[in-house]
Design a protein around this ligand. Sequence first.
Ligand code: SDX
Length: 431
Amino acid sequence: MKTDKTFTLKNDQTGEEFTLPVLDGVEGPSVIDVRKLYAETGHFTFDPSYTSTASCKSRLTFIDGDKGILRHRGYTIEELTDNSTFLEVAYLLLEGDLPNKDQMKEFDHNITYHTLVHEQLHTFFRGFRRDAHPMAIMCGVVGGLAAFYHDSLDIWDPKQREISAHRLIAKIPTIAAMTMKYAMGQPFVYPRNDLTYAENFLHMCFALPAEPYKVSKTLSDAMDKILILHADHEQNASTSTVRLAGSSQANPFACISSGITSLWGPAHGGANQAVLAMLREIGSVDRIPEYIEKAKDKDDPFRLMGFGHRVYKNMDPRAGVLKASCDAVLDELGVTDPLLAVARELEKIALQDEYFVQRKLFPNVDFYSGIILKAMGFPEEMFTVLFAVGRTVGWVSQWKEMMEEQSLRIGRPRQLYTGPAKRDYVDIDKR
Ligand code: SDX
């Protein structure tokens, strides 16, 4: 971390020079430590969308955007999706290492035995319209968990933090499935302790009391892989929202609800639903050139949803995994989707177009995920909810890491004030 490397900043008006320390990470860009900049220079840094700002130290996830690398605690996303399970990745993110058999058994038990929600929550749902967007319900219900679990709200008690973490990871699929059932007017399906995390989630989404429902291995394997791919992703918008909420010492349920809120935006997790809408609007391969031109037209608000990324200037490795599994999942489900052909041709044409090449705009995690989720039978409004199910593990792990820091301080950015200078009040009859 600390080095003897420094940067010197010179005020060209006064000739004053300021020496700023440089901190090194294990890998990735080093940082210039500007924590004393204001005190020493009377100036703030200015970085409105944080393109050059490290907001924290973290040991969870490493991304190399130029090389298209994503690793969790040192393990590549490709190795984890090939060899691990979502619950094992959850343990890895939470605890820092892959679990041994006893640790995995205990963790699996702890999560499994927290999957039920308080029965009163069922009536909580009744307050929403049936046609409410499921993300609107998720924001409300997850934040409302703080009204039910008073025994794990003390954020300074490590044991209560652990119970809240387990409750959130365990209950988020139950609540997500309830939002899907509520929209369909079907009865809620209770979790089952004899199923794996992914099997249980699919069972709660698709089972009906009228007949037995057998979870297909194809679907549960695909679901587990999709959840791994969405688990964590460094300091993205929703994770940064969770950290900022947590820095005020808000309870973990409120923090995760704030993450869900931020994820909903189409520039972020809402993109997977927007990709399907875009592909359906394009409709056929012959209309792709027209939409590529729209995406390049600065006067047209249309963007290629599922393309581009703040960090990846190469293929998002998660998109690569999803693209590879698209054919397998659709073939095994016996589903053909003409939108997949449009997606593949759109990717091919865009990646040959100078506008996209020059700006290093590649498909991101959201470009192919919607096609698989649609083939699995999920309504499009549920796509971002599924993103939230996977990402809750990352949000909770990042929150836990922040709470374990010795120096938790409230996050409080400053600004460049561009409003009116001081002026006197004028009575309304003189304006
Ligand atoms: C996620 O941060 C994370 O890690 C997020 C995420 C995670 O796991 O948490 O990876 C999940 O949110 C993935 C991104 C999902 N969003 C979309 O697919 C929406 C479409 N993408 C864009 O809105 C955009 O690419 C962003 C929001 C993803 C990134 O925006 P940036 O980094 O602010 O980039 P920008 O808007 O400054 O774009 C740079 C240039 C601009 O052109 P110029 O002004 O240089 O001429 O590229 C253009 C943009 O107009 N551009 C696009 C484009 N994305 C960027 N042009 C057309 N289509 C696009 N999709």
